[in-house]
Design a protein around this ligand. Structure first.
Ligand code: GUN
Length: 282
């Protein structure tokens, strides 16, 4: 029969529209427009695209965006200084430092320099800690978007076995806390896992975030499972591929997200939502 496609773009459009309406209400009440500072160090092509999309999304919902593009040779001290200025700037409600950073900059140090109440990425140890004790303030955007997609299916998540492939700080690790909060039983697989296929075969929910095109095969998918593909891989032929072999997986899964048009648009919508929350909680 084939899986139902989870239309992340349509769900994200709905969320963005809600944010846009709330920004308009603020403006109507003569409150300042929320402001997001986006910092890009270097000119990695993928990062340039992400930063441009974030800026366009801010404009679409009526938020102010402040872009700070700096050369790849920018020193850590200079970047920390910029973050200090943004922490103190009243027009800036949220600060996003586009990752990855060049190798000479300590990413953890940079993240910890962001004021936790402007950390709309949800990466600061304070926000990660709050998420892990079930009292989140700012939740990392991609895991938050994934949870919205899972909830959108209308399927009862409690009791489900969820397998996450990939243990990054941005996606895999925060997802453990998110899934636990919905009473799922999460397992995380990584490069040292003995048999990833075997783990995936038992999963009611599969979340792929490994950065390897077509890594998760249809033969691994349990019939009826929900498959969430976080991968955005650029193929030599110019096309995009997720981490899941979409054509084989869709034959078996109950629900599946496409690439593009699945998780990606949700990440940006959740960033806008976090920035709105930051402005409203001032
Ligand atoms: N690079 C890849 N994903 C993200 C993200 O969600 N936030 C930031 N700041 N950088 C990223």
């Amino acid at each position: 029969m084939g899986a139902q496609i989870i239309d992340g773009k349509a769900i994200a459009d709905g969320l963005r529209e809600t944010v846009r309406a709330r920004v308009e209400e603020r403006v109507h009440r003569r409150q300042p427009r929320p402001g997001l500072a986006v910092v890009l160090i270097g000119d990695a092509p993928a990062s340039l695209v992400y930063v441009r999309n974030k800026k366009l999304a801010c404009e679409w919902v009526g938020m102010n965006s402040f872009e700070f593009s700096r050369p790849a040779v920018t020193s850590e001290a200079k970047l920390l200084d910029l973050i200090g200025q943004l922490n103190a700037d009243e027009r800036v409600n949220g600060i996003l430092i586009q990752l990855p950073l060049p190798g000479h900059i300590d990413t953890n140090k940079v993240i910890e320099a962001i004021s936790p109440d402007k950390d709309v990425d949800g990466f600061h140890p304070y926000n990660i800690g709050r998420l892990n004790i079930g009292r989140p303030v700012y939740r990392p955007c991609t895991p938050q978007g994934i949870m919205s997609l899972l909830e959108f299916t209308g399927i009862k998540l409690a009791g489900m076995d969820a397998v996450i492939v990939g243990r990054s700080n941005i996606v895999g690790r925060p997802l453990i806390a998110e899934l636990l909060d919905k009473d799922c039983t999460p397992t995380i697989c990584h490069s040292y896992t003995r048999d990833i296929g075997d783990q995936v075969r038992g999963a009611d929910i599969v979340i792929a975030a490994v950065g390897r095109p077509g890594f998760i095969q249809g033969t691994w998918i349990k019939p009826g499972a929900i498959v969430i593909d976080v991968g955005i891989n650029h193929l030599p032929n110019g096309r995009l591929s997720g981490d899941v072999d979409f054509e084989s997986a869709r034959q078996v899964a109950g629900y599946i997200t496409p690439v593009p048009g699945g998780v990606g648009p949700m990440t940006i919508a959740c960033l806008l939502q976090n920035t709105l929350i930051a402005a409203e909680s001032r």
